[in-house]
Design a protein around this ligand. Structure first.
Ligand code: BDR
Ligand code: CA
Length: 312
């Protein structure tokens, strides 16, 4: 099994991924850490607690970054995930409380309790991982691996022509996390845009989950789907965040490349992830000596969507 900490800003597609993390027999969900992004961080925490409760599971949830490391926060656009992050559907009241620790402290404590074991999966702006690294730089040697949903190598962006939302929302944190030197895989728009969760997948998921979690997943999906229809002309939704878990559990469905990553932290390309394949020489020395990471470039999108529906 994969012991993971799931770092998230739920978010409709985050909720789908959380359901997978809660249900998949090969995942041991050690905790969730929350960040602003799709919603403010208090709402993200509420949603994470709620989803675990609806699944009948006691999972610690530690609240994290309320905004980016350096820059002012971009307001979350409510037309994508709804003002409540879950498609503005009616939600039951949450009973549980968040862990008293900060997200960064939770990550540090949990990884140090099981050195070499824990995988960090992050599907929002990555400030919590940057803060955890600041608290304990030794995490680089102690995590098993880091899976980041974010960025884009060849696909272009979804917030600007070049920047993906999770990178754009905290490019300074992204620059630190992607170049920290820990074993890291980037699962970006190059693959998530190749996966479409259709209504018929969601019908299976709703039936499989039953109420009340199935209702939340299905109704929030309906809201998110409208956004895809109106803005992108797609009939269905890209399950971005579930792709990070698909990569972890079904790497056979993906193709990757190894190389160096950089993140633009200012200017017109702010939030862009720039990839230099291993072995290519460059005149400018900034790229030499930066750590190697893996980036996902290809995917069997239909198989990933089937895997999501089958899992749920
Ligand atoms: C990412 O941005 C968020 O809106 C989604 O939840 C996902 O993590 C996709 O760019
Ligand atoms: Ca997300």
């Amino acid at each position: 099994p994969h012991p993971i900490i799931f770092d998230t800003d739920p978010g409709v597609d985050d909720a789908q991924a959380i359901a997978i993390a809660l249900r998949h027999p090969e995942i041991e969900l050690l905790g969730m850490t929350t960040t602003y992004g799709n919603v403010d961080v208090a709402t993200a925490t509420r949603n994470a607690l709620l989803l675990a409760e609806l699944a009948g599971q006691a999972v610690p949830v530690a609240q994290g970054a309320a905004g980016p490391l350096v820059k002012p926060r971009h307001p979350a656009p409510a037309h994508i995930h709804g003002a409540n992050g879950l498609g503005d559907i009616e939600l039951p009241t949450v009973k549980g409380k968040a862990d008293p620790r900060s997200a960064a402290q939770f990550i540090v404590d949990t990884v140090n309790a099981r050195p070499g074991d824990v995988t960090l999966v992050t599907v929002g702006p990555v400030g919590n991982l940057a803060a955890a690294l600041q608290l304990d730089p030794g995490l680089i040697e102690k995590v098993r691996q880091v899976v980041v949903m974010g960025g884009s190598i060849r696909e272009g962006g979804n917030v600007t022509p070049v920047a993906e939302a999770n990178m754009f929302n905290d490019p300074d944190a992204a620059a630190r996390v992607l170049t920290a030197g820990w074993p890291l895989t980037l699962v970006g728009l190059d693959v998530t845009h190749r996966c479409v969760l259709t209504q018929s997948h969601m019908d299976r998921i709703e039936a499989g989950q039953g109420r009340p979690l199935g209702r939340v997943l299905a109704e929030s999906y309906a809201f998110y789907r409208n956004f895809y229809r109106e803005f992108l002309g797609i009939d269905g939704c890209c399950p971005h965040d579930s792709c990070a878990l698909a990569w972890l559990l079904r790497p056979d469905l993906f193709t990757t490349a190894r190389g160096h990553l950089g993140v633009a932290t200012s200017g017109i390309a702010e939030g862009q992830t720039v990839f230099a394949p291993e072995g290519r020489g460059f005149i400018e020395t900034r790229w030499s000596g930066t750590p190697l990471v893996d980036v996902c470039l290809g995917v069997d999108g239909d198989a990933v969507s089937e895997w999501i529906a089958d899992t749920l």
